[in-house]
Write a protein that binds this ligand. Structure first.
Ligand code: 572
Ligand code: ZN
Length: 350
């Protein structure tokens, strides 16, 4: 008898259904996984509410989910580095592997990237899922499946901190204490930053940041009061940060990032907000501030798992809500609610 494979399928705007789908046999270089944990990302919620992100439009039903972990239950013939029973974190983007970007190791820029739950590619919020074995990372012994799913947003943070050149002694300002901002905090600490300060409009998120080891928290009362926010940041750092990472994508905070960063420093933009923003460019240029963007990650999963394994930072404390697969609709309602105490919503497929 064929096994059931309950999957969370987005059919259209606000039309998410749990339905049975076929389990895919693993090809020679793939593994079949029994799915364990899948976190809900802002992009999943965005597709649910809007049916699109930019040019990526939901034109046919799509299985949700890309922040995931699972257990290997079947091996393709050529798979050497994994065994049945291995618990893995799943890197959700499958690059073409042959274009120049892939060959250079910058495979996050591959034009042919097939990324889970970016239309038209199915995600992995289901009971069973087949994936290339080399994009499945065996979890270190002391890393749980729950943490394995968090390796995805943590990899974005690792990529951002590498782009920002965070190192011993860095003074890092993070704007936005959602999942990505908090992951950047943890990563900057792990990479040896001297001082990490984080700002948000939500008290709850800042309290979480404090527990995760932030050296200072700034409650932004009014994002448009740039002078006041600069003054507060200057007080917290006893000077200016040499790295500012914006994890919001909002015009006013990108402005703040450019204005508050020390001469010769770097501003890294991770958050994706509106398509066009007005920036104080001359002020940034005269300070020779480097402005860099971050697009997902490339070759960062191993480092993310290392952070989970080798540091005592309680990354899983970011999970504020837990649901079972059959409660997926409620889980998305919670993620959509933007309640003040919602950070990461995690779904358990097992
Ligand atoms: O975890 C990966 C991820 N990437 C996001 C958003 C959420 N999670 N991105 C923002 C949207 N872009 S996109 O290029 N796109 C829809 C493909 O606009 C991808 C990166
Ligand atoms: Zn995501």
């Amino acid at each position: 008898m064929a096994m059931e494979n309950i999957s969370a399928i987005l059919h259209g705007i606000n039309d998410l259904r749990l339905e049975n789908t076929k389990i895919k046999e693993p090809k020679n270089d793939e593994v079949l996984l029994k799915m364990a944990c899948v976190g809900i990302c802002g992009s999943d919620v965005h597709y649910l509410v809007n049916g699109r992100i930019g040019d990526f439009i939901l034109n046919k039903p799509m299985i949700m989910g890309h922040e995931a972990s699972g257990t290997v239950i079947k091996l393709g013939k050529e798979v050497k580095h994994l065994q049945i029973g291995d618990k893995v974190a799943i890197e959700p983007g499958i690059p073409c592997r042959i274009c120049n970007f892939c060959k250079k190791g910058k495979y996050n820029l591959c034009a042919e990237m097939k990324f889970c739950a970016t239309p038209p590619i199915d995600g992995n919020l289901q009971q069973y899922y087949t994936h290339p074995a080399d994009l499945c990372f065996k979890l270190p012994k002391n890393v749980t499946l729950e943490e394995g799913a968090l390796a995805e947003p943590l990899s974005v943070a690792v990529h951002a901190c590498k782009r920002a050149k965070v190192r011993v002694g860095s003074k890092v300002m993070i704007i936005g204490a959602g999942t990505i901002g908090l992951m950047i905090l943890v990563t900057a600490k792990a990479m040896g930053a001297d001082k990490v300060v984080i700002a948000d409009v939500k008290k709850f998120n800042l309290e979480m940041a404090k527990k995760l080891g932030a050296d200072g928290e700034l409650l932004i009362v009014n994002p448009d009061s740039i002078e006041e926010n600069i003054k507060n940041i200057k007080t917290l750092f006893e000077g200016f940060p040499n790295i500012t990472i914006d994890a919001t994508g909002v015009q006013s905070t990108i402005n703040l990032a450019l204005l508050v960063t020390e001469k010769g420093g770097s501003v890294v933009l991770v958050g994706m907000g509106s398509n066009e923003v007005k920036l104080p460019l001359i002020q940034a240029l005269t300070k020779e501030v480097d402005i860099k963007s971050v697009f997902r990650y490339a070759n960062d999963y191993s480092d993310a798992l290392n952070i989970l394994s080798k540091t005592d930072l309680d990354v899983k404390s970011m999970i504020t809500h837990r649901f079972k697969l059959h409660e997926t609709i409620q889980a998305f309602e919670e993620a959509k609610s933007r309640n003040n105490n919602t950070v990461k919503v995690m779904i358990y497929c097992d």
